[in-house]
Design a protein around this ligand. Structure first.
Ligand code: FE
Length: 209
């Protein structure tokens, strides 16, 4: 764990991440270039847990929440706080862009699937558990279909997701577990506000004094 960051500018790690990611996608948007480097940046971001604004940590009693932390204005990447209430889980779904899932608080479990020639879904491997600091990866290039759930039935878990597009606006799919049949969906975001990364006045004033 990193040393505690001054409360003067608690959001600095997220701003740093967004700045680094922007410089990365400015160099290339090639997944093979961006994803490994984005993973290293995310590893660093989730190594501390004092930067996520409180309003992006609040579970909903019924639905898992997807709070937008930042969307690149050119929609080359997005960053989301994924908040799981106790026992909540996703349907089986895909992403259609690369994605990174970085565990921040609590724990989540994921099961990967693939479709066979008849369109039936079959699980790949065992259910995997993410602990704080762990990162999972999805993509059409490495396996994009999974079901994810809170590992806990009695507490909230939070993971920080990074995607190679504006994920809330990407048309993707949910799969029926039995028939494998596909439905289109667009996730949108749960957010009513997004973190203010750009009020750097406290930081600048601290440098003046
Ligand atoms: Fe997913």
């Amino acid at each position: 764990m990193k040393s505690a960051i001054s409360n003067i500018d608690a959001i600095e790690p997220l701003r740093h991440f967004v700045t680094q990611m922007t410089q990365l996608v400015d160099q290339s948007q090639e997944e093979s270039f961006v994803r490994p480097k984005a993973k290293a940046l995310l590893k660093d971001l989730i190594s501390s847990d004092n930067w996520l604004p409180e309003f992006c940590t609040v579970p909903h009693p019924q639905y898992y929440q997807q709070f937008l932390l930042h969307a690149d204005p050119l929609e080359r990447f997005s960053v989301v706080s994924f908040v799981w209430g106790p026992g909540q889980e996703t349907p089986i779904h895909d992403h259609m862009v690369w994605g990174l899932i970085g565990m921040l608080r609590g724990s989540e479990k994921g099961q990967r699937y693939e479709r066979d020639q008849n369109g039936k879904l079959k699980p790949i491997g065992q259910e995997e558990t993410l602990m704080p600091g762990d990162i999972d990866e999805v993509s059409p290039t490495i396996g994009d279909i999974h079901l994810v759930k809170n590992a806990f039935t009695d507490k909230t878990s939070i993971s920080i997701h990074v995607y190679g597009g504006n994920i809330g606006g990407v048309q993707r799919h949910v799969y029926d577990p039995n028939s494998g049949s596909i439905k289109n969906f667009v996730s949108g975001y749960s957010s009513t506000q997004i973190p203010n990364l750009w009020d750097r006045s406290a930081q600048i004033r601290a440098q003046l004094n």
